[in-house]
Design a protein. Structure first.
Length: 234
């Protein structure tokens, strides 16, 4: 049996609508309305994906997102009324794989869910090599989906890793935001190219010595981003 999509939403009317549309698209669903229930079901079911409302009655949806990411390798789509740029960036920093603001079209939500699942499927068969850059200062392990900087592991989300892997696959090449969305993230909706900026900002905080003067992830103004590391010889 296919694992369920876990719907974490305390608005029962909205949850019923989302549940009906998902089941109409042949997804199995489980609905819960609290942080406690979400953690319990995620432990029991190992969900295919989680659709997460941030405004929950018994705790922080943001903290729940972090807990869910620690439990397993499944995508989390935040479904929330919070829509400012700061809140969007904070959502991605917590590990969210996509961010849909209310009121949301159920059809759009299903499209985003399918896209993020396709991205995970593609990533699971990902690059099974280890790439080293700048004399071993930065290492990308494609099999384990891990990054190390100066010999120390760097905690990144699956989305951040896929972006790094895409950029580092062609050092010196400039990728537009649309290319990164299409090649690394697998979804493309108008207005969401700014999600790339959020992920790049998070990655710089994690791997750059000085995020304001990045050594690896450089902005090509008016175009996109480029990975500037030098691949080590085999």
């Amino acid at each position: 049996m296919l694992p369920p999509v876990l719907i974490v939403e305390d608005d029962t009317k909205l949850a019923r609508i989302v549940k009906a549309y998902l089941e109409g698209a042949d997804f199995r669903t489980v609905h819960v309305s609290t942080v406690r229930e979400a953690l319990q079901k995620a432990e029991e079911e190992s969900p295919l994906a989680v659709i997460l409302d941030l405004g929950l009655p018994d705790g922080s949806g943001e903290e729940l997102c972090q807990s869910l990411k620690e439990m397993g390798d499944f995508p989390v789509i935040m479904l929330t009324a919070k829509s400012s740029e700061e809140e969007l960036l904070a959502g991605f920093a917590l590990g969210a794989d996509d961010y849909v603001t209310k009121p949301a079209s159920p059809r759009e939500l299903i499209c985003r869910l399918k896209a993020v699942l396709k991205r995970y499927d593609r990533g699971s068969a990902g690059k099974e090599t280890v790439d080293s850059f700048n004399n071993g200062a930065l290492v990308l392990n494609g099999l384990r989906h891990q990054i190390a900087k100066d010999g120390r592991p760097v905690a990144v989300t699956p989305t951040e890793f896929k972006l790094m892997l895409t950029l580092a696959s062609s050092p010196g090449r400039t990728f537009t935001r649309d290319e990164l969305i299409s090649r690394a993230l697998g979804y493309q909706f108008e207005g969401y190219d700014r999600s790339i900026d959020a992920h790049i900002k998070n990655l710089r905080q994690k791997i750059e010595t000085d995020p304001r003067a990045p050594e690896y992830l450089r902005t090509v103004y008016g175009v996109g981003y480029m990975f500037a590391g030098e691949r080590d010889a085999l």
